[in-house]
Design a binder for this molecule. Structure first.
Ligand code: TRP
Ligand code: ZN
Length: 470
C-alpha cells in the first residue's frame, strides 16, 4: 500500500508528523517510556526498565581541593522495548547536557530518577549510546541501615562505595545488580595523587600537572561493586602462582599494619580457587584506606576496599565475594544471603583448613549461643535469611550467620564431596550472571537428587523461628 500523504492522515498522526515525531519509515510514534525501577522488593527505585546496559565509559576528573567531580558518562545499552523515553539513576550533581546517538536529548529530574527523552524513539533490540555530561559535589548517602556510602571524602581524596545504592552518587546508570556491564573508567586527578578503580590499569599519563589513570573492566560488573579511590597510596604489584595480576593500593598510614596480611592475598586466592573453582576475573588485589574513611569493608570487584588493615578472616570473606556476589550476583536485594552467607561460610572453611575451629564447631557454637564473635546471638534468629523484613536489615546477622548455617546444613545432608561440588558448580553455572534463592535451591536439589532438602528450606532458609535442632 502506498504511503498516505499527510493531508489524508487523521489529525493526531498529522500532528506527530508535523512535530517530527516519527521513526524512520514513516511509522508514527510507537515507543513508550521505560519503567522508573525494576520492582526490586527492597529498593523499588533502583534500576530502570526498558533497556540493558552493556558498557559504561566514564571520563571523570576530581580535585580534592574543591571537592568537585566533573564527568562524562558514555552508556551503551540495548533497548528491550520500543522506547520513547528512559530513566537513569543519578543522585545530586548537575546535568549539563545529554545526547542519544549523537543527537541532543531533553531530560527531567525527580529525586534519583533522571528521565531522558531521545529526539527519536528507539526501536526494541537496538543498541544505542547515551552521553551524559555532569558535574558537582557528589553526595555521601546514608543507607536505610544508617551506614554511609556513595562518595566518601577522605583526608587526602575520596572513596566511592556503592552497596546498595551509592553508585548513583558518582555516575548515571542502571543502578541495580540485575544489570551488569563492562567498564572503562578514565580519571584525572592532580599530579601526585593516585586514582584506583576496578579491573586493570591500562595507562597512566601526566600532562600539565594532572595525571590520568585509565582502568578497564572487561567482565560484567554490577554497579554496586564499582569503586574509585583517589588519594595517596603505596602501590604493590605481584602475581599469584597461576599468574593472576595482584594490584594492591594502601594508604601510607596503613602500610605497616597491613603489609603482612596483604602479602597473604595470592595464597588466599589459590586456596579459594581450589575450594570455589577458577577465579572469575582478570586481576585481584585490595584497596586499604584509613579506618575513619568507611564504616565497613566492601567486595568491590577485583579489589575489595578495607577501612584500615583487615584481619585474615575479613580478607578471606571479601575475596570470596569475587565468586559469590561479584561473579554470581543476586537478582535482587532480597537475595543477599547468597552473598553474605557464602562469604561467611568461606571464613569458616578457611579456619577449618588452617588449624582453626571446624565449620561444624562454629555452627554449633552459633546454635548454642556461645559464638565468640562480637554478635548478639539472639540477633542470628531475628528473621529468615532469605527474607529480610525491610531494606534496613539486608545486611543483618541472619543474612550472614544463618545464611552460612544453611550451607552447613546442606553439607551435613549431602556430605563433603557433593557439598564442595555444589559450591564450585554454583559459581561455574552462574558465572558472570545473576541468580536468586530459587535458582540456588533448585541447583542444590539437582546436585543431590536422592536427598530431601525440605527441612533445610522450610526451617533454616525460610523459617521464622530458630530451628528446633542444630
Ligand atoms: N558487603 C559487605 C560485606 O562484605 C557489607 C556491606 C556494606 C553491605 N554495605 C552493605 C551489605 C549494604 C549489604 C548492604 O560484608
Ligand atoms: Zn560480605
Amino acid at each position: 500500500m502506498p504511503r498516505p500523504r499527510s493531508a489524508t492522515l487523521p489529525p493526531a498522526i498529522s500532528l506527530a508528523l508535523a512535530l517530527g515525531l516519527t521513526a524512520c519509515g514513516g511509522t508514527p510514534v510507537h515507543g513508550t517510556p521505560g519503567a522508573a525501577g525494576v520492582r526490586d522488593p527492597y529498593f523499588p527505585k533502583s534500576g530502570n526498565g526498558g533497556y540493558d546496559v552493556t558498557h559504561y565509559g566514564l571520563t571523570l576528573s576530581y580535585d580534592p581541593k574543591d571537592k568537585r567531580l566533573k564527568g562524562t558518562a558514555d552508556i551503551t545499552a540495548k533497548a528491550g522495548q520500543d522506547l520513547s523515553a528512559f530513566h537513569l539513576d543519578l543522585r545530586g550533581m548537575d546535568v549539563t547536557g545529554i545526547t542519544v546517538e549523537g543527537h541532543r536529548a531533553t531530560w527531567s529530574r525527580a529525586g534519583q530518577e533522571l528521565t531522558v527523552r531521545p529526539r527519536k524513539d528507539l526501536d526494541k533490540g537496538r543498541t544505542f549510546r547515551t552521553t551524559v555530561h555532569y558535574s558537582g559535589t557528589p553526595e555521601t548517602i546514608t543507607d536505610p541501615d544508617g551506614s554511609k556510602e556513595g562518595w566518601l571524602r577522605t583526608a587526602d581524596g575520596a572513596l566511592a562505595l556503592g552497596e546498595p545504592t551509592g553508585s548513583t552518587a558518582w555516575f548515571p546508570g542502571n543502578h541495580h545488580p540485575s544489570d551488569k556491564a563492562s567498564y572503562d573508567v578514565r580519571v584525572t586527578v592532580p599530579e601526585g595523587l593516585q586514582a584506583v578503580s576496578n579491573g586493570e590499569l591500562r595507562s597512566e599519563t601526566t600532562t600539565k600537572g594532572r595525571t590520568t589513570y585509565v582502568w578497564h573492566t572487561a567482565e560484567p560488573m554490577a554497579s554496586y561493586v564499582a569503586t574509585l579511590a583517589i588519594g595517596h597510596y603505596d602501590i604493590t604489584r605481584s602475581t599469584t602462582k597461576k599468574g593472576l595480576p595482584v594490584y594492591v593500593a594502601v594508604d601510607p598510614t596503613q602500610a605497616k599494619a597491613s603489609k603482612k596480611v596483604l602479602a597473604g592475598i595470592p595464597g588466599i586466592i589459590d586456596w579459594e580457587e581450589r575450594t570455589f573453582g577458577p577465579y572469575p576475573f582478570s586481576s585481584t588485589g585490595a584497596i586499604v584506606d584509613r579506618p575513619e574513611d568507611a564504616g565497613y569493608a566492601l567486595e568491590t570487584q577485583n579489589r575489595p576496599v578495607f577501612p584500615g588493615a583487615p584481619d585474615t578472616g575479613t580478607l578471606v570473606h571479601e575475596l570470596a565475594h569475587e565468586w559469590y556476589g561479584d561473579s554470581v550476583t543476586p537478582k535482587s536485594w532480597r537475595d543477599m544471603w547468597l552473598n553474605e552467607g557464602f562469604a561467611t561460610y568461606a571464613e569458616w572453611l578457611w579456619q577449618e583448613d588452617h588449624g582453626g575451629d571446624s565449620a561444624d564447631k562454629i555452627f554449633h557454637a552459633l546454635y548454642e549461643g556461645d559464638y565468640y564473635e562480637p554478635v548478639d546471638n539472639s540477633e542470628v534468629w531475628a528473621f529468615p535469611p532469605a527474607t529480610p523484613p525491610d531494606a534496613a536489615h539486608i545486611s543483618d546477622p541472619p543474612v550472614y550467620y544463618r545464611g552460612a548455617m544453611v550451607l552447613h546444613k546442606i553439607r551435613q545432608l549431602v556430605g563433603d564431596k557433593t557439598f564442595f561440588a555444589i559450591l564450585r558448580g554454583w559459581a561455574a553455572t552462574h558465572r558472570h550472571r545473576n541468580a536468586d534463592t530459587a535458582d540456588f535451591t533448585a541447583y542444590a536439589e539437582n546436585a543431590a537428587p536422592d536427598k530431601d532438602f525440605t527441612g533445610i528450606w522450610t526451617d533454616w532458609l525460610h523459617g521464622k523461628a530458630k530451628p528446633d535442632h542444630p
